[in-house]
Design a protein around this ligand. Structure first.
Ligand code: NDP
Ligand code: MG
Length: 385
């Protein structure tokens, strides 16, 4: 039976790679619905090519324009539109939601899909950073699977298959070090946007590329691993691995390690999640094992990357502190990308936001939205001049 794909964030980097795989495997997948946001031109192209049943758009203007052009396609828009898309066709038993949105906007539609017991292929790590506790609560009420697309977690999913949790000493997720891995703190004061977007190994959306340069991405991934694999944060470690060939490792109590190796290409983890439980991937470049003579691993320098510490701290404090961490990071990265602040101001903004917040335990979805709005608007007022 074909898998029906409901794709959030089709116009982005993960979204495009997901579409590549769907297009190459028409006998396996069917794109039923997708969302886009600012990139209206691309939305039109995808709708023309894939002829889906439903499209979620940014706002009412785009919705009206789209309806004129495609009267036969159901259209929705805004936050509610994403929820409708995620839970569209409740009775579809072959449905998979691919969440490739960027930012905490991905949380609400994830919860909507869970409430109709739809399986989710998750790239959108911010969902777990801010709402991991809400997803855990729903695990007790609904039956669903959450399959990770993020390469390190996709690797861990493969490595941990059928392993007894009690035998695990620690999970190790690797970090390439991002665009500025060769620079010292002094040199970071003067880096520019183009340099920050020049990731040495991966081609990704802008926000995650900046998150990689600050190492916030690795902090998010540690939190993501704790929620996905229900493991204590003390048992999740990260090391610098410049080649991005080993994506994750598991150390067992008996001293054995298992590692997952592949070329750094997101088509691979996306394919693994889409085809699961089959293992199938078409034209990914393969590793030549005999070329792997110089894989390097070095200790993470936590002083060099304060954002990594902030993420760990926010997770340990818990509750709404994770919302603040994410909101401050989202707005700071966007201010940096718009040329409003320097690179090192990103971490300062996050530190200040964490310090000025009084934690709420177990925030609800609406409290998360309120805090997110408040943190973002306070920072924006101060810096967006
Ligand atoms: P992109 O920025 O390339 O794409 C983001 C997608 O989300 C686009 O479709 C965009 O629409 C849409 N979008 C942005 N803002 C909103 C909003 N407010 N409401 C609704 N839709 C919105 O991101 P990536 O594909 O790089 O990343 C997606 C997620 O996957 C992130 O959480 C990232 O951390 C994670 N990830 C990405 C990897 C990668 O290789 N790219 C690797 C591992 C994880 P539009 O473009 O039309 O505005
Ligand atoms: Mg990753």
């Amino acid at each position: 039976m074909k898998k029906n794909i409901y794709l959030l964030g089709a116009t982005g980097s993960i979204g495009q790679q997901t579409l590549d795989i769907i297009k190459k495997n028409p006998n396996k997948f069917n794109l039923v619905a997708f969302s886009g946001y600012n990139n209206y031109t691309r939305i039109i192209e995808i709708a023309t090519q894939f002829k889906p049943e439903m499209v979620a758009l940014k706002d009412k203007t785009d919705y009206s324009n789209f309806k004129q052009r495609f009267p036969d396609i159901k259209a929705v828009y805004g936050r509610e539109g994403l929820n409708k898309l995620a839970s569209y066709n409740k009775e579809d038993k072959s449905a998979y939601l691919v969440n490739a949105l960027v930012g905490m906007v991905g949380l609400d539609p994830t919860l909507s899909a869970i409430k109709i017991e739809r399986d989710i292929l998750l790239a959108n790590k911010e969902t777990l950073v801010v709402g991991g506790h809400l997803i855990n609560d729903l695990k007790k009420l609904y039956k669903f699977n959450l399959y990770p697309i993020d390469s390190e977690h996709n690797a861990l999913w493969q490595l941990l298959d059928k392993k007894d949790k009690n035998t695990i000493k620690r999970l190790i997720i690797t970090a390439s070090g991002g665009a500025f891995r060769e620079l010292n703190r002094k040199e970071l004061e003067t880096v520019n946007i183009e340099d920050a977007l020049d990731h040495p190994n991966w081609s990704m959306g802008k926000k995650i590329t900046i998150d990689s340069a600050t190492m916030m991405n690795k902090g998010f991934e540690i939190i993501e691993a704790c929620y996905l694999f229900d493991i204590d944060i003390e048992k999740v470690d990260t090391v610098i691995h410049k080649e991005s060939i080993v994506h994750s490792m598991v150390e067992f109590n008996d001293g054995s390690y298992l590692a997952h190796l592949s070329k750094p290409d997101m088509h691979l983890p996306i394919s693994y999640a889409l085809f699961y439980p089959e293992r199938f991937c078409t034209d990914i470049k393969k590793i030549e094992i005999t070329d792997l003579n110089s894989l390097s691993f070095s200790k993470m320098d936590y002083q060099r990357y304060p954002c990594l510490n902030y993420a760990i701290e926010a997770f340990k404090v818990g509750g709404s502190m994770r919302t603040v961490l994410n909101a401050a990071n989202e707005i700071a990265v966007s201010l940096f990308l718009n040329g409003k602040i320097q690179f090192l101001e990103i971490e300062k903004i996050i530190r200040t936001a964490l310090d000025s917040h009084k934690k709420i335990d177990n925030p609800s979805l609406e409290q998360i939205y309120e805090i997110d709005n408040l943190v973002k608007s306070n920072i924006e007022k101060k810096y967006n001049r």
